[in-house]
Design a protein around this ligand. Structure first.
Ligand SMILES: [Zn+2]
Length: 255
């Protein structure tokens, strides 16, 4: 049951037959962990907080830099130098005091991720390097938590939902393989990035996150596990491909 003020706040969700009261209760009960509070993490955080996700764990080891403000929309000039996890939690507190925002200032690696997602309904990964992405993927498979992975570079974005803990579903590692476990294989620090492109990918990731959270409850249909959506900002357009489960994958198949 939602309190009266919460009903009023989420009316536009509740009147959607695809969400309804039961869907809104499911969102309020959900716990989402966000890995990476940058250009993708900012809009993901804003739209998931606005959707009334009850608990948000905010994970990033970085501090706000002046060059982030061009696309990382939750931060302002006064946040420069402040840890992103802390500034992001403060943003949520200002926005909706009923939500539980937990700041975690840590760099996600193999060791940290091992038990990190125990009470989490969904992990959304919008970080900037493959080593973290793969550590997060392995942790999600081990802890049977779905993963929504989102990435952007220049004018191309990718958003995919993974449930590698299920026998017939690929994990993120099935898609990229083992070649990228080394630190700092990629980074958008040197590449150019149109701010709105990160926003498009992030808001699409937030939409897909709600879809995964409402599987079996609302009417948004298939959670689209194992499908990768590729967003092209130049054409512009969107195409979708299916990722196959790799029977030799070291992340989900014991290969
Ligand atoms: Zn796999």
């Amino acid at each position: 049951m939602l309190a009266h003020d919460r009903l009023a706040r989420f009316t536009r969700h509740i009147v959607l037959p695809e969400i309804g009261g039961a869907g809104q209760v499911a969102l309020a009960s959900a716990h989402v962990a966000l890995v990476g509070l940058g250009g993708i993490g900012s809009p993901v955080l804003q739209y998931l907080a606005a959707a009334g996700i009850g608990t948000l764990t905010l994970i990033d080891d970085d501090a706000v830099d002046a060059s982030n403000l061009q696309r990382q929309t939750i931060y302002a000039e006064a946040d420069i130098g402040r840890p992103k996890a802390e500034a992001a939690a403060a943003w949520i507190k200002r926005f909706d005091g009923a939500l539980d925002a937990r700041a975690v200032r840590v760099r996600v690696g193999r060791d940290w991720a091992a038990r990190a997602f125990e009470s989490v309904s969904l992990v959304v990964d919008g970080c900037d390097n493959f080593a973290t992405r793969l550590a997060v993927s392995n942790a999600c498979v081990a802890q049977a938590v779905p993963l929504l992975s989102a990435a952007v570079g220049r004018f191309q974005g990718q958003v995919g939902a993974f449930a590698g803990h299920l026998a017939d579903q690929p994990c993120y590692r099935c898609y990229v393989g083992d070649a990228f476990d080394a630190e700092d294989c990629d980074s958008c620090a040197e590449d150019g990035m149109l701010g709105a492109m990160a926003g498009w990918v992030g808001t699409f990731a937030a939409l897909q996150a709600v879809r995964v959270l409402l599987r079996g409850v609302g009417g948004m249909g298939d959670p689209q596990f194992g499908k990768l959506h590729v967003l092209d900002g130049l054409a512009p357009g969107l195409r979708t491909m299916r990722i196959a489960k790799d029977p030799a994958c070291s992340g989900c198949s014991g290969g």
